[in-house]
Design a protein around this ligand. Structure first.
Ligand code: ATP
Ligand code: MG
Length: 410
């Protein structure tokens, strides 16, 4: 029969790779728990409207990349990112009534219909944090610090933190109007996506990866305009305080005035962390402040900030770790005794396995040497004498001890 294959842009994570994934997950648990973030697990599918309203319907994610389907006359979507779902839960579960701040972290698969390439899949994984209820830049600093600590704890370096401030609605609308004015004469030269962005969200044009658009944006007048300070006094103070905190924390950053991020909900602080060791898919973390999203999704006005990181890209940066061997492999000609011993060892929280088909001892030893550190030998003599022979499979040292002694040693 014809074989069925995994879908394009999806991957099996194999046993040989899982050790790295578990390492990343354990570091996430430690790092974020230590920083007082609580893990939250939201459903993998949600109402489509959550993303069209939350992520924004001028974004690539909503326009081109969503896996949406109908069920019982409802439009549902496999989540393309985590923030909208966490905000939905924050509102639905009434977390806004609890003392601020409320800090969450999450991990799990996300789905976007994109062109698969190294570090870009259709089902991929993210970890992220969402910090609700504090508008002061101390929150921004702590969120960026937590992202950096997580990456440090993974042993990653050669990373660059880029930051920018998009300002608030007020100062941004001023910037947007002027940006449109200055882009108008060049509009014909921009790509089709940017022509649409021009009306819906012109800021996003700054982030276009199309070569002609990028060239147009380096024109002197535009460059000068982008580099000009447009944000209002309050936003500027927020941004200056954040930079001061980052300096004090010794977090190196670059200011990138073209950093706008691909989602509609950001305001004030936006940031990205890039690796110098990945090719074109070099962004490993993206985040920012979204002070209006909770309200947009039907909750009370609540300032918030968060980030998400791509685990496939982190994985490309982490050396493949070696899977650990079993503590014991039991060698026996008596299946029942082997089963009993394996059970006993496991109940003492040691890892163990045995040969299920009762092969010859030489075969069992070959298998043991491959998978375990010690062989426990239960031959006829050992069973008769209530003893056990232990062979160190790394040094080949072997000795026989009383069964009761072995139990004590566990
Ligand atoms: P990119 O510019 O690479 O498309 P993005 O801005 O769309 O990234 P975000 O939505 O900010 O990405 O998601 C945060 C992180 O998730 C990214 O920095 C990246 O590491 C990872 N990521 C996003 N899309 C994918 C994907 N299709 N496959 C693998 N990882 C992804
Ligand atoms: Mg993208």
């Amino acid at each position: 029969m014809k074989k069925i294959q995994a879908q394009k842009g999806t991957k099996d994570i194999l046993p040989s790779e899982i050790i790295n994934w578990q390492f990343i997950e354990n570091v996430a648990i430690n790092t974020f728990n230590n920083a007082n973030y609580q893990e939250i697990r939201t459903p993998i599918f949600e109402a489509t409207e959550l993303f069209s309203r939350g992520v924004g319907d001028s974004t690539d994610i909503v326009n081109k990349e969503m896996y949406s389907f109908e069920k019982n006359n409802r439009s549902l979507t496999l989540r393309p990112e985590g923030t909208a779902s966490v905000v939905r839960a924050y509102i639905e579960q009434g977390f806004f009534r609890m003392p601020s701040p409320q800090k969450f972290w999450y991990k799990g698969p996300m789905f976007r219909y994109e062109r698969p390439q190294t570090g870009r899949q259709r089902q991929f994984h993210q970890v992220g944090v969402e910090f609700f209820g504090e508008e002061k830049p101390t929150a921004d600093a702590e969120v960026i610090l937590s992202a950096c600590n997580f990456l440090n704890n993974l042993g990653l370096n050669h990373l660059t933190v880029e930051i920018n401030s998009l300002g608030c609605n007020k100062c941004r609308s001023h910037f947007r109007a002027n940006l449109k004015k200055i882009l108008l004469p060049k509009l014909d030269n921009l790509c089709d996506d940017c022509k649409m962005r021009y009306e819906k969200n012109p800021l996003r044009i700054l982030d276009c990866k199309n070569e002609t658009c990028m060239k147009e944006l380096t024109a002197n007048d535009i460059e000068e305009f982008i580099q000009s300070d447009f944000i209002c006094e309050e936003c500027n103070e927020h941004y200056s305080m954040l930079k001061n905190y980052l300096n004090q924390l010794d977090i190196k950053y670059i200011e990138n005035k073209k950093l706008v991020r691909g989602l509609d909900y950001y305001n004030r602080t936006v940031f990205e962390i890039k690796s110098n060791n990945l090719g074109s898919q070099n962004a490993i973390c993206g985040g920012g402040r979204y002070d209006n999203l909770v309200e947009t999704l039907g909750g009370p006005k609540t300032p918030a900030i968060g980030f998400a990181m791509g685990l496939e890209r982190l994985n490309l940066l982490i050396n493949q770790k070696k899977p650990s061997k079993l503590d014991y492999f039991i060698i026996s000609s008596n299946a029942i005794e082997a089963l009993k011993l394996v059970n006993l060892v496991r109940r003492h929280n040691k890892s163990a396995d045995f040969d299920y088909s009762n092969k010859k001892f030489t075969k069992q030893f070959e298998k043991a040497a491959k998978v375990a550190n010690f062989a426990l030998i239960l031959g006829e003599d050992e069973i008769k004498n209530n003893t056990l022979s232990i062979k160190n499979l790394n040094t080949s040292n072997q000795n026989t001890i009383k069964f009761s002694e072995f139990l004590k040693s566990l």
